[in-house]
Design a protein around this ligand. Structure first.
Ligand code: AMP
Ligand code: MN
Ligand code: MN
Ligand code: MN
Length: 287
């Protein structure tokens, strides 16, 4: 019996390194009981991943999505679970994000060029499409970092973000985000599960503040907390499990695997026991 799951991963449809089918193959090879694909802002990898999962009878596949929502401090990311590529309310949101990126990306390129960094949108698109025939991947700053590295303007991804692309970088342009209530409502409209991703990244000052945020998200319809995540210490994970139980929320977890863009994060790590999810939530996640 397989005992561990990974409910947070990215593919080439957004800023991950592996094509969706390849990611599924690796999840099976890692002996996972279940894997969810949760690309940023796109459902574009779900059809391929779900079809590939048909070849692995011991691996359950969960269609997902990660949405960046508006929040006054750190990052508020909301995960959707139990969807496929036809989820209309979420497609409306992802299309809006794609349009916003199409407007934002050239502005970042223009800033880079004004700084004397000779890089074009074509270079970035090439960096995003390299590994696979993904027809229409999300173009993110990760691809810009790769293009900058390959053209020799920086030596590492980190340098690309520090000097140019990060929030204090010289070519930074902010990203369009959605109000949390709208994101959660769209997820619930699809009859999917809405889960607060990696609470540590909210950057709350203390536990009381985090609990206020969680209460508000519960009011908006959030159903679970991602207690296990590669950014969480075991102590944080325990605290988030307690918080979830206190507010009658489901518990999930995942690695946030990206491949090379996050080289320290391994698929299936940290270990998330399938038993941690709880029966009712597991029933809704895995059917
Ligand atoms: P974007 O969606 O285009 O704003 O790009 C966001 C992605 O860039 C995130 O999902 C991370 O993978 C990556 N990223 C953001 N900030 C940094 C940073 N400071 N260092 C490395 N990667 C980063
Ligand atoms: Mn990412
Ligand atoms: Mn995230
Ligand atoms: Mn993620």
């Amino acid at each position: 019996m397989r005992r561990f799951i990974d409910l947070h991963t990215h593919s080439t449809a957004s800023d991950g390194e592996l094509a969706p089918a390849e990611l599924i193959r690796c999840a099976d090879e890692a002996n996972l009981a279940a894997v969810a694909l949760t690309d940023h802002d796109t459902l574009g990898g779900l059809a391929e991943a779900s079809a590939a999962a048909g070849d692995y009878p011991d691996l359950k596949f969960v269609g997902g999505l990660e949405i960046s929502a508006k929040f006054p401090r750190g990052h508020l990311h909301i995960l959707a679970y139990g969807i496929d590529e036809t989820a209309e309310p979420l497609l409306r949101i992802t299309e809006r994000f794609r349009a916003a990126r199409n407007e934002r990306n050239p502005r970042i390129i223009a800033k880079l060029q004004a700084l004397g960094v000779d890089i074009t949108m074509d270079d970035v698109v090439a960096a995003a499409r390299r590994e696979d025939d993904e027809p229409d991947p999300i173009i993110s700053r990760v691809h810009m970092a790769r293009a900058l590295r390959e053209a020799g303007h920086v030596r590492t991804n980190q340098e690309a973000f520090d000097r140019y692309l990060g929030s204090t970088g010289a070519a930074f342009v902010d990203k369009e985000v959605i109000e949390p209530d709208e994101a959660i409502a769209a997820i619930r409209e699809c009859d999917a599960l809405a889960v607060l991703a990696h609470p540590v990244q909210l950057k709350c000052d203390n536990h009381a503040q985090l609990e206020r945020v969680v209460r508000e998200l519960v009011r908006l319809g959030i159903q679970g907390i991602e207690a296990y995540h590669s950014d969480h210490t075991p102590e944080l994970t325990r605290a988030y499990i307690d918080l979830a139980k206190k507010h009658d929320l489901g518990i999930t977890g995942g690695s946030d695997f990206h491949g090379a863009p996050k080289p320290d994060v391994r698929l299936g790590h940290p270990r998330v026991p399938v038993s941690a999810v709880g029966e009712a939530f597991a029933e809704r996640l895995f059917g």
